[in-house]
Design a protein around this ligand. Sequence first.
Ligand SMILES: [Zn+2]
Length: 499
Amino acid sequence: MRNYQVIARRWRPKSFNEVVGQKHVVETLRRAIKTGKIAHAYLFSGPRGVGKTSIARIFAKALNCVNGPTEEPCLTCPNCVEIDKGVFPDVIEMDAASNRGIDEIRELRDNVRLFPIKGKYKVYIIDEVHMLTEQAFNALLKTLEEPPHFVVFLFATTSARKIPNTILSRCVRFDFKPLTLDEAVSILASICNNEGVEYEGRALEIIAKVAEGSLRDAEMLLEQVIAYSGGRIDEANTREALGMVDALVVEEFVKAVLSRDLRYSLDLLDNYVIRRGYDIGTFTMGLLDYVRNGLKKSGLEGKVEDAVKFYTLFRAFVKIAEEIRRHPYPEMLFEAEIVRLTTLPPLENISKLMKLVESDVDILQEVSKVESGEKPPTSKLQDFLNELKGKYSWMGVIENALIVDSNSITIKGAVLSDIYRDMIRKKLKEMMEVASNYGFTLIFDESGVESKELERLQEEKPKLSLREQVRENPLVKRILALFPEATIVDVKNSKRRIS
Ligand SMILES: [Zn+2]
């Protein structure tokens, strides 16, 4: 059986031309060579498997090729060949993760001033440099302070913030980016073509997605899928090889949830996912992928109702995916969320809300009674509210109830789709115009509030108590019951909001 490393090793880029992605890094390094402005230390920072050490080796060849320094190392001279094999004496590779570099750095300190043996430059490639001990960093720093003119350090790290500033300040830094989906797919396709492997585009997309921007992971997964499928890779055997639930089960499951069939959803979950030992997180990602495609398709085809359904489900699965990641019992949480999704009243039914609110004038009276004792509104405000009441029954009732207690309110997440948001925005715009006739400014803050801001609000005690008051308001309670996703983000005193 072939080793997983084989593909990754065989298709490692050997020259700048072969590097896919990281264009900003490659261009800058090329320019440095062209202009002869070569720094003594470079830091390559970024996630694993995105080409940091590959580019470091190419740079080492560019410096030490017999034609070098050159942007295009020849790859055939003895120096290039030896660097590719890892036996060139002037390119020294260290992995700081393996033994934290104590001996190596000591050796480095002793030998760094000796001239290169074969090449023009002595290149030290130190991988996972953040793992070095404090002493090793100190030894390194001494060398970096007065480096011999022929020495170039190439540091690679997945965690630049763990590197002392004294070292960082002496490096030219490059931040490597995760590969985009298209970049990863194009590399996988060219590997398949070169290896004579037949493939379905969708299979490569799945592999690239699972690899999450790491080329090395993508190549390892490809190797795994090729080994499993025996030559021709398609969506089905890719899913099987990667331990992903069958596409048909994913589709059935989404349909079951959309049609609110709790029994069937749980049945599928139990028999086809949990009992077969599939990872619930991977399953959720599969659901997200399916729902996202459904949303896009129905959007493009102008099927508004479907789009709303898919959107609601998409938001729900995003939330589930986030929560199960840190939950001790992810399957239980997933199950509970499915029960909620299939049994609670449809969230998207705004016309129901409108009818309900319209028929609830008694609630309005009640709210007015309860709240008017606290801060009696000015007559001007009362007039304004009366006009709103007459003009916009349902929105008026909501806003009225909120303003009568001398507060305005922002409900985040209450509007579940952009379609409805537009409708409400239109109503609000009209209301704002009415307000301006009375000299008031009405603000409805629909923008998302960062969680940091939420925390800050919670720390502010007076606001908290106001929030609690509002939460106790019967109408607000009803709104929150209708929109379980909604949270009260902010409550503001009308003296500030309406001026
Ligand atoms: Zn060469």
